[in-house]
Design a binder for this molecule. Structure first.
Ligand code: AMP
Length: 201
């Protein structure tokens, strides 16, 4: 297998657990897979919801975790000692700096189920890809069809002629947490793996 240049993966996901236990389980599975692959998790530093679950999974697998959190959100973190468990904590002045630091620190991006904050993060990273600002792989974790409304919207935009560089926009869409790391490895190094990529928008 070819050597893979990846060292870190940024995960965007909900700060809430959602109302289906499978979302939390999938986040923890992904976290563990990141640790087991020897990759560093880069994420928003939260200890709640899917954010907490993915970090917990990576730490349980002995992986390294970088949390990047704006100062005002630290106050919302009831358990500052939980933040202390991360092996790297970056405190930023605002959301803009946080998102940029997350972008710079990661070689690939994964979006799990989440809410408005998660949506904004993945859209921004897709926008930068469309504008040629980066070529880092973007994976949409479409568990139980969670992101179908977004993929339908992107298809609709394309049909209506508003997506001009579609090849740059397309996130890799996978349907289970086990497929995420292989999909990233394949995207980063085409000869490096044998992941089944379900769909590429
Ligand atoms: P959402 O998908 O709306 O839950 O938003 C996820 C995003 O919420 C994260 O990436 C953060 O920007 C933000 N966020 C909300 N609560 C927290 C928290 N307690 N710690 C860190 N980030 C948080």
């Amino acid at each position: 297998m070819a050597t893979n240049p990846l060292t870190s993966v940024c995960v965007y996901c909900g700060s809430s657990p959602g109302n289906d236990a499978e979302y939390m389980a999938a986040a923890e599975t992904l976290g563990r897979a990141i640790g087991e692959a020897g990759l560093r998790l880069v994420y928003g530093g939260g200890t709640k919801g899917l954010m907490g679950a993915v970090a917990e999974g990576t730490m349980q697998a002995g992986g390294k975790v970088t949390g990047i959190i704006p100062r005002f959100l630290m106050e919302k973190e009831a358990t500052e000692s939980a933040l202390g468990r991360l092996d790297e904590l970056v405190v930023t002045e605002d959301m803009h700096e946080r998102k940029h630091r997350m972008f710079e620190a990661a070689d690939a991006f994964v979006t799990l189920p989440g809410g408005i904050g998660t949506l904004e993060e993945v859209i921004e990273i897709m926008t930068w890809a469309q504008l040629g600002q980066h070529t880092k792989p973007i994976v949409l974790a479409n568990f139980k069809g969670f992101w179908n409304p977004l993929t339908i919207l992107i298809d609709h935009m394309r049909e209506c002629g508003f997506i001009h560089t579609g090849h740059r926009v397309g996130p890799i869409v996978v349907d289970s947490p086990e497929k995420i790391i292989p999909a990233i490895m394949d995207a980063a190094e085409p000869k490096g793996g044998d992941a089944e990529i379900i769909e590429r928008l």
